[in-house]
Design a protein around this ligand. Sequence first.
Ligand SMILES: [Zn+2]
Length: 503
Amino acid sequence: MKNFILIKLAIITIGLSQPYDIVIEQGRVIDPETDLDQICNIGIIGNEISNITKKSINGKVTINAKGLVVSPGFIDLHAHGQTNSAHRYQLKDGVTTALEMESGVVFIERWIEAKKGKSLVNFGATAPHGFLRSIAMNKNKRTANQLIDHFNKNKMKLEDSTSDKSKPSKEDEKLKKLFNDLSSSNYESQTYSETEKTKDLIKNYMEKGALGIGLPVGYYLGASAGEIFEIYKLAKTLDVTVYTHTRGFGMPGIQEAMAAASTAGASVHIVHANSMSLGEIETTLSMVESAQKNGLDITTEVYPYTAASTSLESILFDEGWKETLNISYNDLQWEKTGERLNKKTFYEYRKKGGVVIIHMMKPEWIKKGVSHPISIIASDGMPYAPGAHPRTAGTFSRILGKYVREEKVLDLITALKKMTIMPARRLEKIAPSMTRKGRLQVGADADITIFNPNTIIDKADFSGLKYSEGVQTVIINGKIIVKEGRIIENVFPGKPILSKYKK
Ligand SMILES: [Zn+2]
């Protein structure tokens, strides 16, 4: 008996003194899934949260989080910026997982391989329906082959030419031209067999790790309702979600997506409800909420800014845009220089191609979008450029600073749910690894963002990108990547988020 007690004591002592790899001390720990909101200590071993306790615990590394909020790392469903230059801004905004779900990624298998071990944050993407439908069209056979040839011969670039400051190479120019050649298909619908081929290509992308179908039909208005419906039926068969930038602006496009999804029995996520719905944001949110109550798998997201951003050469600026958006040339801002456009520069730049920021929404619409219980927060962050839309750098801090602290439009836990557990749940069916993200629980991945709720704020604005302030520590897969507000160099803790179909 005495021996038994001694052994037991020894075990307890070992248990107490066994250090965790990292201990986060005395932070206000918030788990948006269980509504835990208490001052606790967190022990991390390897890439996992091993303990959450009020008792004192020892770690090889200790982070003092007194006065700070300890939250699951933010999950961004909508990040076009997929280079480390873009990831740096995302990290400083508290993001630990940045996914490209709207447009998807071309040649996804090679992209995943190229980013493995080299990414600052967790990453993943959908199958790019827009691209796949165009290469499936007979008239594009030659261009498609040239593109495949290009990607087979060249390394997948992890930085774009804007961020590494070098001039675009000959290969870059050639690639740009090939993609341009495909763009005439945006005005045409497919034949039955072309749609069948597109479906095969999408299935193939799922096996390569794609997280659903990116379907920005608003950029290829030639696609018929029937062609698009076929893709929703495929989504049902594959049990994956369609992420869609809907057709045109306003309710008809949103209703098309909801009707296609509901009748096909498929799941749909409507991206950037704010810029799609414009003044009818309440209708969109009310419809999504009602759909959910009726058992349909429909979700949506918003970003907290009154301007949109996209390519000036895109179909969105075909004749009629001024009337649709109720704006004029002067409401467009050229990303490269920050200048506002006029009729002359509009046509000049449209011919050249490039990104514009579109000042077109009202603050009340954004407030309604952000505060609604069903909206997920997603940035729609752009590829890195010094003058990129501020959502690229400030989305999550802006929600916590401006909308939670300053304007009290929503409370802290509700805001954190929209950035963590809600996007994680959206992905769980296709990506089982997401059941361990978006949560602060024992057994969850150690993707953690620690921030000061009294100071967190976005600093980027329409005059240029700036890092957000107030995020003190970011941990991804158990590795510290932001410490005392600074990014640690040469650490690449990001891992791919892959579909369950990945072979
Ligand atoms: Zn979009």
